[in-house]
Design a protein around this ligand. Structure first.
Ligand code: SF4
Ligand code: SF4
Ligand code: SF4
Length: 353
């Protein structure tokens, strides 16, 4: 006798693993139940009610993310009742603030927008709620647009459970609800460390990288995967590039060691790339003053001086310092130059762990 426990979703039977929710069984089997507040690996909150499904024998629709899958359960994920519920929910969310997508930074990369399209929500029958809280633009890195916040709580879970920074929480009650930092301080006056994890998980345009605003729509940028140069952890990052300029950095999803998370340096520390004050030609110091020089002249001078020092005092009298602000390949060459050409292991880097 087959004792395997199973569940029926949309007319198909699937095996159950102990402790799984309806959403987890569905996801494992390629059935797309939409979510807004769910974060894989975090405690489900059931806050957004988008993943509601119809369970045979249950009076009400149930949130798939928070409903344990049980043996012989029969579930419909796209029944007429479910679709009507989702449509109503989407309408209410669209009416809950300013969801005119035209200049929203999330346009083209917004779960609420995708859901409105998927469920063909063409008309919002409810009046738009007045904007209660002004957009916070007072720090240089993160914009908080409360008019677009749908209070899904993903940012709170990401900050508290994923990054364990505990910088933000729900504040106030009812229609006055707001995501607050340290009792409602601006981010830069709170415990926020600007890791940007909250931006990463926000499903709409309520949290925005300030330096990236108006720098390009998702379809206007190409991404290049690379390794963050700032420390020895080796986080994988995606450079978002438009017109040959880095306009945003995000963590590469689904790969170690960072699985999409970053720290403030990895996420925001790229402004130096296009900084007009960067040196573009070599400088040689003469009589206390720098003058511009050709690469040939500068390299010849450095080779001559290093050769003299090495002959006179030995290779270990020389040290080579490299930088997180050059490429990984250049850093490799710098250590190779120190070890193989000069003959010293005196190599260091500003981000050494
Ligand atoms: S958050 Fe999404 S739905 Fe709202 S305005 Fe921005 S793109 Fe549109
Ligand atoms: S930037 Fe990081 S620390 Fe600050 S609120 Fe967002 S997740 Fe929390
Ligand atoms: S800021 Fe974004 S992630 Fe946080 S509650 Fe609002 S919509 Fe959700």
């Amino acid at each position: 006798m087959n004792r395997e426990k199973s569940i029926t979703i949309n007319g198909k039977r699937f095996s159950l693993e102990a402790g799984e929710t309806v959403l987890e069984v569905a996801q494992r089997n390629g059935i797309d139940i939409p979510t807004l507040c769910y974060i894989e690996g975090s405690m489900p909150t059931g806050a957004c009610r988008i993943c509601m499904v119809e369970v045979k024998g249950a009076r009400n629709l149930l949130p798939a993310c928070a409903t344990p899958a049980t043996h012989n359960m029969v579930v419909e994920t796209e029944s007429e009742r479910v679709i009507q519920s989702r449509k109503m929910n989407i309408e209410l969310l669209l009416a809950s603030g300013n969801h005119n997508c035209l200049t929203c930074e999330a346009n083209g990369d917004c779960v609420l927008q995708e859901l409105a399209y998927r469920y063909q929500v063409e008309i919002v029958r409810f009046p738009e709620s007045p904007v209660r809280y002004a957009t916070e633009t007072s720090n240089p890195l993160i914009i908080r647009d409360f008019s677009r916040c749908i209070l899904c709580g993903r940012c709170v879970q990401a900050c508290n459970e994923v990054q364990v920074n505990n910088a933000i929480s729900y504040g106030y009650r009812g229609t006055a609800s707001k995501i607050v930092a340290n009792g409602d301080l601006p981010y830069h006056e709170s415990d926020c460390v600007f890791c940007g994890e909250c931006i990463r998980v926000c499903p709409v345009g309520a949290l925005i990288e300030k330096p990236s605003r108006f720098q390009g729509r998702p379809w206007e940028v190409r991404t290049v995967k690379t390794t963050c140069p700032y420390c020895g952890v080796g986080c994988q990052i995606d450079l978002h590039i438009r017109d040959n300029k880095v306009v945003k950095v995000t963590g590469t999803e689904g790969v170690p060691p960072n699985f999409g998370s970053l720290c403030v340096k990895g996420r925001f520390g790229y402004d130096f790339i296009n900084e007009p004050e960067r040196l573009t030609v070599p400088l040689i110091k003469e009589d206390g003053q720098f003058r511009e020089a050709s690469w040939d002249e500068a390299l010849s001078l450095v080779a001559e001086r290093l050769g003299e020092i090495r002959s006179k005092s030995g290779p270990d009298s020389i040290g080579v310092f490299s930088s997180a602000k050059i490429t990984n390949e250049e850093n490799y060459l710098a250590q190779k130059f120190a070890r193989a050409v000069i003959g010293t292991n005196n190599v260091d880097h500003c981000a050494r762990l």
